[in-house]
Design a protein around this ligand. Structure first.
Ligand SMILES: *[C@@H]1O[C@H](CO)[C@@H](O)[C@H](O)[C@H]1NC(C)=O
Ligand SMILES: *[C@@H]1O[C@H](CO)[C@@H](O)[C@H](O)[C@H]1NC(C)=O
Ligand SMILES: *[C@@H]1O[C@H](CO)[C@@H](O)[C@H](O)[C@H]1NC(C)=O
Ligand SMILES: *[C@@H]1O[C@H](CO)[C@@H](O)[C@H](O)[C@H]1NC(C)=O
Length: 378
């Protein structure tokens, strides 16, 4: 966006240009051009500078090493895969795909980083990324960015769980800054269904980043994998989930039989922060289009997922995804690539971190590392 504004701004200062127009008239004209440019320019969020095979000369083994690290972590704990996919989403939606989500400390001295936000508490996969980074650093120190590693790792996670793969354009660099408050507005809560579906907020957060509502519907297929905490959907099951003897009350957009099953897992009356269940009850550990089949049968666990069936344009994506897996797989891969290009740092911006948790030169600051042992996704 900056380059567009700059290009159109130049004539203002070009006093040699041949024209009879008053300065005021010119400014008006330029402002009009600017407004048009701003309205019709593709969002600055998406960049075209990244290239596939970015490390083919500088670190030819990079992608293979990441793939090996992710596979090994996945064999130990399959929850790593949905965890890493979600990490990428949380990275790209806050200040762009710059590995800010991985930082334990911020070089600007901010006391709290993105990881400290409440919504980050269920993020998983940091240790697998550390593992991949260490392996790549050993091979070619200081060459491969953490943000590219996270992108390779997300692609590998998708391949391990769904057999979908794609070429990852690379060349991203890492930020030195991570600020907790930057999270605001990027991950609208699920809220309560009694309080209204937060689909609008979610859609807004996607369009703000240059992704379309259809991209969002296609990417929601990532919820065919992973788990969610009861707290994220329990109010779809009870009249008053805070009360231990609450009568059942099923969200009308949820299947009664499914709600009945879920009530046996999620009890009302006390804040149970630990119990989780599969997001996709049909094929819980496979990234596939069955999630959409579930939505068509009111088996969406999260209200925001089920709400995709309530908008005509999104329902069209749901139906197409459910009926044509080939189509969904292709769309999912291209939406992932699109997401991976949001507001990236390129060229000489940012740095290549040597440790994904710390900006270069700030290694000594210690902090409690997030424990990945209890892998739950919500
Ligand atoms: C974050 O969680 C804490 C503890 O559960 C809670 O007190 C606080 O209100 C939450 N903050 C936000 C912004 O939701
Ligand atoms: C769940 O978390 C909330 C907020 O952090 C806390 O107040 C509550 O005691 C926790 N519940 C249980 C059962 O641990
Ligand atoms: C929930 O998990 C935390 C951390 O793993 C644990 O300390 C706590 O006892 C658990 N609470 C319940 C109610 O199981
Ligand atoms: C399914 O999608 C693929 C890829 O877009 C397309 O080539 C194919 O024709 C579609 N199949 C049907 C039955 O619509």
């Amino acid at each position: 966006m900056n380059s567009i504004i700059h290009a159109y701004s130049d004539p203002i200062y070009n006093h040699n240009s041949q024209t009879n127009m008053s300065v005021e008239g010119r400014v008006k004209q330029i402002v009009a051009v600017l407004v048009v440019a701003v309205v019709f320019a593709p969002p600055a969020a998406v960049s075209g500078e990244l290239v596939v095979g970015f490390y083919k000369n500088t670190c030819p083994k990079a992608e293979a090493l990441v793939q090996q690290a992710v596979s090994r972590a996945y064999l130990t704990n399959p929850g790593i895969a949905p965890g890493i996919i979600r990490l990428l989403y949380h990275d790209c939606f806050v200040e762009g795909c710059d590995a800010s989500v991985l930082l334990d400390v911020s070089a600007d001295g901010s006391a709290l980083v993105e990881k400290d936000a409440n919504i980050s508490q269920s993020l998983r996969g940091f240790e697998a990324i550390d593992f991949a980074k260490a392996s790549v650093e050993e091979e070619c120190p200081g060459v491969v960015s953490c943000s590219d590693i996270l992108n390779f790792a997300a692609r590998d996670s998708v391949e391990l769980t769904g057999g979908i793969t794609w070429d990852v354009p690379a060349g991203r660099r890492d930020t030195r800054i991570s600020i907790k408050d930057n999270i605001h507005g990027n991950f609208p809560g699920i809220l309560s269904y009694k309080g209204g579906v937060e689909l609008n907020g979610l859609l807004k957060s996607f369009t703000k980043k240059g992704l379309t509502p259809e991209d969002m519907a296609v990417l929601s297929g990532a919820h065919s994998l992973g788990r969610s905490h009861c707290l994220a959907f329990i109010d779809r099951l009870y009249e008053d989930h805070y009360s231990p003897d609450s009568p059942p009350l099923t969200d009308p957009t949820m299947s009664e039989a499914y709600a009945h099953l879920l009530r046996r897992i999620c009890r009302p009356g006390f804040l149970d922060n630990n119990t989780t269940t599969f997001l996709d009850m049909i094929t819980p550990n496979t990234l596939d289009n069955k999630f959409y089949l579930g939505l068509l049968n009111n088996l969406g666990l999260l209200m925001t997922d089920q709400a995709l069936t309530q908008r005509r344009n999104l329902m069209a994506v749901v139906k197409k995804s459910a009926s044509n897996e080939t189509w969904w797989r292709k769309e999912f891969a291209s939406a992932m690539v699109k997401m991976s290009k949001i507001e990236v740092l390129e060229g000489t911006l940012g740095e290549i971190r040597t440790n994904c948790r710390f900006p270069n030169g700030l290694h000594t600051i210690q902090r409690n590392q997030i424990d990945d042992s209890n892998l739950q996704i919500s």
